[in-house]
Write a protein that binds this ligand. Structure first.
Ligand code: OKP
Ligand code: ZN
Length: 342
C-alpha cells in the first residue's frame, strides 16, 4: 500500500512532565524512522499534497487554531522556557466558557494535560502531520483501496479546542472530513490505540454521520482518566454513534479481539462507507508506558479483521513507544490487511 510520509516532523521534540521533571517526550522523531524501516520492503512512499486549511476549521475551533499558530512566538517573547505548557486547567466548578487573556491561562484553556508541550517545531509539524492524513484520505477517496499516513505528531487526543496526550491536530478527524466531502455519507473511526481517543470522540460526539469506536485501557486506571467509559454513547443526533470498549490492564489478544469484533459489527450495522483507523500500537507487551500484552505476531490478525470489513481504509499512525518494535508492529497491521484483501 502507499505510505504518505514527510520529514516535516523533525523539528518537533516536545517535553513532558514526568513525576518530578520535564523529560523528553516518549513521542520522539525516531519513531518515524522505525516505521519507515519496517514498511519499506513491502510498501511505497509518497509525499503529501498541500494542506487544505478549511479541513482544520471543520473539526477545530478557530480561536484554538489561531492561538496555536502564534503560541511559540508569544512564549519566547514572554517566558522563554524550553517548552510551553499550562499550569492550571478549568477544573470542576471553574468557568468553562470564559477565555483568559494571559499566555499561561490560555495554555491551560487550550490544553488538558502536562504530558504535552509546545516547542518551536510543534505547529509546523502538526500541520504537516494533518496534511499526511488529508493526502491519504484523498487518494483513497479517489480509488485506492487503502493508504497509511505516517503521522507524527499523533492526533486522537486533540479535541475541538485543546491539545494534550502528544496531540495538537486531530489527523483522523481530517481524514474523516475528506471522506465526507467526497460523498461518503457515514464514516467510521476505529481507534485501536492503547489510550482512549478522547479528541476524536469530542469532535464527533453530536454527529450521526461519523461512528467513532475506541478500544482502550479503562480510564479508571489510565490516561486520559476522565473520558472513555462505555457509558459515553454520543449526544443529540450523535446518540448511538460513539462506542467505547474499556479494557483492564494485562489485556491479551483474545480479549482485545472480542472488543475489536464488537466495533467491527457496529461499523457494519451503521452502514459506514469508509473507515479511518487510528493505528496506535502501544498495546504492545513491551511498550514502556502501557499495560496491555499484545505481541508482534498479533498485529497481522487485527489487520485482517480490518480488511474483512471491505471498506475504503485510511490508517493513521497514533501511538507506539517501544521504538525498536514500533515499525514491525505497524508493518504487521498493514501486511495482515493486505494479505487478507488479496
Ligand atoms: C498518546 B497516544 C507517561 C505519561 C503518559 C499520556 C500518553 C499519551 C499517549 N509517563 N502520557 O495515545 O499514544
Ligand atoms: Zn496511545
Amino acid at each position: 500500500m502507499l505510505v504518505v510520509t514527510s520529514d516535516d516532523h523533525l523539528a518537533h521534540h516536545a517535553l513532558e512532565l514526568d513525576s518530578t521533571n520535564l523529560i523528553p517526550s516518549w513521542e520522539t522523531p525516531t519513531r518515524v524512522d522505525s516505521v519507515r524501516r519496517a514498511v519499506a520492503p513491502d510498501h511505497r512512499f509518497v509525499g503529501p499534497g498541500e494542506l487544505d486549511v478549511s479541513l482544520l476549521h471543520a473539526i477545530h475551533d478557530g480561536e484554538y487554531l489561531a492561538f496555536m499558530a502564534g503560541v511559540w512566538d508569544r512564549w519566547v517573547a514572554e517566558e522563554a522556557g524550553p517548552a510551553a505548557m499550562g499550569v492550571a486547567w478549568p477544573a470542576r466548578r471553574f468557568d468553562q466558557g470564559r477565555r483568559p487573556t494571559a499566555l499561561r491561562g490560555l495554555l491551560g484553556y487550550h490544553g488538558f494535560a502536562a504530558d504535552c508541550s509546545v516547542v518551536g517545531g510543534t505547529w509546523s509539524a502538526a500541520l504537516a502531520s494533518a496534511a499526511l492524513a488529508q493526502t491519504a484520505a484523498e487518494l483513497v477517496a479517489g480509488g485506492e483501496r487503502a493508504m497509511f499516513a505516517l503521522c507524527r505528531p499523533p492526533g486522537h487526543h486533540a479535541t475541538r479546542d485543546q491539545f494534550g496526550g502528544y496531540c495538537y491536530l486531530n489527523n483522523a478527524g481530517v481524514a474523516v472530513e475528506v471522506f465526507r466531502r467526497s460523498g461518503v455519507e457515514r464514516v467510521a473511526v476505529l481507534d485501536i490505540d492503547y489510550h482512549h481517543g478522547n479528541g476524536t470522540q469530542d469532535i464527533f460526539y453530536e454527529r450521526d454521520d461519523v461512528l467513532v469506536c475506541s478500544i482502550h485501557a479503562d480510564p479508571a486506571f489510565e490516561f486520559p482518566y476522565f473520558c472513555g467509559h462505555a457509558s459515553e454513547t454520543g449526544h443529540g443526533a450523535g446518540e448511538g454513534y460513539n462506542r467505547n470498549e474499556p479494557l483492564p490492564a494485562g489485556t491479551e489478544l483474545a480479549e482485545w479481539l472480542t472488543a475489536v469484533d464488537r466495533c467491527v459489527d457496529a461499523i457494519r450495522d451503521a452502514g459506514c462507507g469508509a473507515v479511518v483507523v487510528s493505528t496506535g500500537v502501544d498495546t504492545f507487551e513491551a511498550d514502556p508506558i502501557s499495560q496491555f500484552l499484545l505481541r508482534t505476531d498479533d498485529y497481522p490478525v487485527v489487520g485482517a479483521r480490518i480488511a474483512d470489513m471491505g471498506l475504503p481504509t485510511v490508517f493513521v499512525l497514533e501511538g507506539g513507544y517501544a521504538v525498536d518494535a514500533l515499525g514491525d508492529n505497524v508493518a504487521g497491521v498493514l501486511n495482515g490487511f493486505e494479505a487478507a484483501s488479496a
